[in-house]
Design a protein around this ligand. Structure first.
Ligand SMILES: Cc1ncc(COP(=O)(O)O)c(C=O)c1O
Length: 420
C-alpha cells in the first residue's frame, strides 16, 4: 500500500494560502524556461503578416532552421500547433488509410503516436517494448528484412521518449532500413530531442522529423516544427489521407515567397528567430554537450540517492529528461505535490503505466548548473518530506562535485577589482 502524505504544515500564518515569494521553478520536460531574450522578442505589437518586407525575415529563418535539423535538402514547415499537430501533418501528407506502418511503443508518447496513426486508419504493426527501453532496432531489422514485398510504407522512431527518459538509436533504424534495401519512409519524433540532443536529418536518412516549440527551442508552446525530405514530399502526391489545415501543398506554395496560407503566429515565429540565433551562437555541438553534462549531474544525484532511472541501460539515458523511480510503497505524485506546493518546484509527473512510480526532472533548454541544482535540492527535500529514505544533501553533493570537476575553464586573470 502506498503511504499517504503525513506532512503537517507547521507554518500557521500561511497555512492553506500557498503564498510564496520569489520565482517558481519549472523543471518539467517542456514547456521549458523561455530565455529573457526570447521573451523580449515575442513581446511585440501585432504585425502585418502580408507586409511586403516579411520575406526578408521568413526566408532566412527557413534556411537557418535547416542547420538545426542538419539538413541541406529537407524542407522545414512551421504549423501553428503543438507537437501532436506535427505528428498529424507528418502522417496525413505522406500516407493513405490502410497503409502499413511499423511502430514501437515504450512510453506515453510513442503510445499516443501509434494511437494517432490508428485513428487515421493506417494499419499499424506495433512492437511493444518494456517501458524503460527504446526502439527495438534488431526487431525492426528482422521485420524489414522479412517484408520483401515492401508492404511497410512507414517506420516510426520516437527519438526521445519523454515519459520514460529514453533516447533511441535513430541511425540504427536507418541502418536496418538500408540493410533490408527497404524503401519505407523513416519518421522521427524529435519533440524532446531536436535542438538539445544530436539529430542528423540527412546523415540518418530521416524522411520526416517532428518537433515542437516548447522544449529545446525554448519558445512558448504553439509551433509544430517539421523537417521533410524530398522523398517524403514526393509521397504527398500519392497520399490521400484527408487534410486541409495541415496540407504541405498550401505551405509550399506560400512559404516559397516567405508567406503562410493562413494567419501565422508571428510572435512565436519572431521568438523562433531568436531561438535559432541563440542555438547557433552557442554552437549546436556545445548545446548538446551542455545537455549531456547537465544530465550526467542529475544521474549522479539519482545514484547518490540510491534510486534508479526508468531508463534500463546507460545506452538509453536521455540527456533532456530523467524519469526517476520512487521506492516501492511510495507514490511519486506525492513528491510532485509537495515539491510544487511547498517549494514552488514543478517536476514532471509519471504518466500512464508509470503513474505514481516515477517523477521526472526536465533538464533541457535554457539551463545551467545552478538552475538544475535548485531542482535537485527541491526534489531531495520533497522526497525526504514524504519519508523516502534519501540522505539529506546526498544528490545535491554528487551533482555539485560532478559539475565542479567538469567545469569549463575560466580566465582567472580577469581583474574583478572594479566590481568590488
Ligand atoms: C516525445 C513527445 N512527442 C510528442 C509530444 C506531444 O507534443 P505536444 O504536447 O506539444 O502536442 C510530446 C509532448 O510532450 C513529447 O514529449
Amino acid at each position: 500500500m502506498r503511504r499517504a502524505i503525513e506532512i503537517e504544515n507547521k507554518n500557521t500564518a500561511t497555512k492553506g494560502k500557498n503564498i510564496m515569494a520569489g520565482t517558481k521553478s519549472l523543471f518539467i520536460p517542456g514547456p521549458t524556461n523561455v530565455p529573457h531574450r526570447i521573451r523580449q522578442a515575442v513581446d511585440l505589437p501585432m504585425e502585418d503578416q502580408r507586409a511586403p518586407d516579411l520575406p526578408t525575415f521568413t526566408l532566412p529563418l527557413f534556411e537557418d532552421l535547416k542547420k538545426i535539423f542538419k539538413t541541406r535538402s529537407g524542407q522545414v514547415f512551421l504549423f501553428p500547433s503543438s507537437g501532436t499537430g506535427g505528428w498529424e501533418a507528418a502522417m496525413a501528407n505522406t500516407l493513405s488509410p490502410g497503409d502499413k506502418v511499423l511502430a514501437s511503443r515504450f512510453g506515453q508518447f510513442s503510445h499516443l503516436w501509434v494511437d494517432l496513426c490508428q485513428r487515421h486508419g493506417y494499419d499499424v504493426e506495433v512492437i511493444d517494448v518494456e517501458w524503460g527501453e527504446g526502439v527495438p532496432v534488431e526487431q525492426y531489422a528482422k521485420r524489414l528484412a522479412a517484408d520483401t514485398g515492401h508492404e511497410i510504407k512507414a517506420v516510426l522512431a520516437c527519438h526521445n521518449e519523454t515519459a520514460t527518459g529514453v533516447t533511441s538509436d535513430v541511425a540504427g533504424v536507418r541502418k536496418a532500413l538500408n540493410a533490408a534495401k527497404h524503401p519505407a519512409l523513416l519518421f522521427v519524433d524529435g519533440v524532446s530531442s531536436i535542438a538539445s540532443i544530436d539529430f542528423r536529418m540527412d546523415e540518418w536518412g530521416v524522411d520526416v522529423a517532428v518537433s515542437g516549440s516548447q522544449k529545446g527551442f525554448m519558445i512558448p508552446a504553439g509551433l509544430a516544427i517539421l523537417c521533410v525530405s524530398q522523398k517524403a514530399l514526393d509521397a504527398r502526391r500519392r497520399a490521400d489521407t484527408p487534410r486541409c489545415y495541415f496540407d504541405f501543398e498550401d505551405m509550399i506554395k506560400t512559404n516559397k515567397d516567405g508567406y503562410f496560407p493562413y494567419t501565422p503566429p508571428m510572435s512565436l515565429i519572431r521568438g523562433l528567430r531568436v531561438s535559432v540565433d541563440m542555438l547557433l551562437e552557442e554552437g549546436l555541438e556545445n548545446v548538446f554537450a551542455r545537455h549531456r553534462r547537465l544530465a550526467e549531474g542529475v544521474r549522479r544525484a539519482v545514484d547518490a540517492w540510491g534510486l534508479s532511472l526508468c531508463a534500463m541501460e546507460a545506452k538509453w539515458h536521455s540527456d533532456t529528461v530523467s524519469a526517476i523511480c520512487v521506492p516501492e510503497g511510495f507514490n511519486s505524485a506525492d513528491v510532485l505535490k509537495i515539491a510544487y506546493l511547498r517549494y514552488g518546484l514543478s517536476l514532471g509527473a509519471g504518466l500512464s503505466k508509470v503513474a505514481g512510480k516515477v517523477f521526472r526532472i526536465g533538464h533541457l533548454g535554457d539551463l545551467n548548473e545552478l538552475m538544475l541544482m535548485s531542482a535537485l535540492s527541491g526534489a531531495e527535500m520533497a522526497m525526504r518530506d514524504i519519508g523516502i529514505p534519501v540522505e539529506a544533501g546526498s544528490g545535491v553533493a554528487a551533482a555539485e562535485e560532478y559539475y565542479r570537476h567538469t567545469a569549463r575553464p575560466i580566465d582567472l586573470s580577469l581583474d574583478t577589482a572594479a566590481a568590488r
